[in-house]
Design a protein around this ligand. Structure first.
Ligand code: HEC
Ligand code: HEC
Ligand code: HEC
Length: 137
């Protein structure tokens, strides 16, 4: 057990290094702090949960959207039934932006923070921009 002091020092250094980002966040609230995301439908019955169970959307929404697009465009398969038995149309604007109509304080806020810039909006029109054609729907 002659190595024990070395091991302890090694562990201490490891813990300090791992904790640095945490201290950085606590200290500044600065560069590392995730901006607040607004979910407008959080308290609306039946719309209080996303199309995948909580915790899965954050890592999986890009793949889900790609799948929706392929199924919709290639096979004309338009219905998605979720874990609660709710049925949604496989649509970026009609479904995602129906509940998340505040794209700016939700999708964009996180994407900007993560430096992600989905090219989808080159073609897909954000409903808010459809003034006179049903507004946010
Ligand atoms: C070059 C133009 C273009 C780009 C870029 C694009 N799409 Fe589409 N997308 C379309 C067209 C055209 C359709 C077919 C629309 C229809 O049939 O109503 C479509 C349909 C879809 C659909 C199913 C229908 C619907 O209402 O949403 C999904 C989901 C979709 N795209 C997701 C995406 C995603 C996610 C991205 C970005 C990663 C993306 N698209 C980028 C043109 C584009
Ligand atoms: C029926 C309403 C509804 C629809 C439709 C919906 N969402 Fe959600 N979404 C929510 C609610 C409510 C939450 C927060 C609670 C939860 O996690 O379920 C959420 C959470 C999320 C999160 C996780 C946010 C975080 O902080 O981790 C992402 C990402 C997301 N949604 C993206 C999408 C995308 C992309 C679509 C379309 C494929 C979509 N949502 C469709 C209601 C919806
Ligand atoms: C909690 C953070 C967060 C929220 C909220 C969020 N996204 Fe994302 N999104 C990401 C991250 C991170 C990536 C990049 C993932 C990667 O590159 O693997 C991403 C990627 C995407 C992509 C794929 C882009 C590409 O070029 O392939 C699409 C499409 C997308 N998001 C749509 C949405 C939509 C629509 C919403 C709102 C309804 C939304 N996201 C909300 C974090 C988020």
């Amino acid at each position: 057990m002659r190595d024990l002091p070395k091991i302890i020092i090694g562990l201490a250094i490891f813990v300090i290094i791992v904790a640095i980002p945490l201290w950085y966040n606590l200290a500044g609230g600065g560069a590392g702090a995730m901006p607040e995301l607004v979910v407008e439908t959080e308290d609306v019955p039946g719309r209080d949960e996303c199309v995948l169970p909580a915790g899965r959307m954050r890592p999986e929404h890009m793949d889900l959207l790609n799948r929706w697009r392929d199924e919709y465009v290639r096979y004309g398969d338009r219905d998605f039934t979720d874990h609660r038995g709710r049925t949604f149309e496989k649509s970026l604007t009609k479904t995602c932006l129906d509940c998340h109509a505040n794209k700016d304080t939700f999708c964009d806020r996180c994407h900007n923070y993560m430096a992600v810039d989905p090219y989808c909006w080159d073609c897909h029109v954000v409903p808010e921009e459809l003034a006179g054609r049903g507004g946010r729907r």
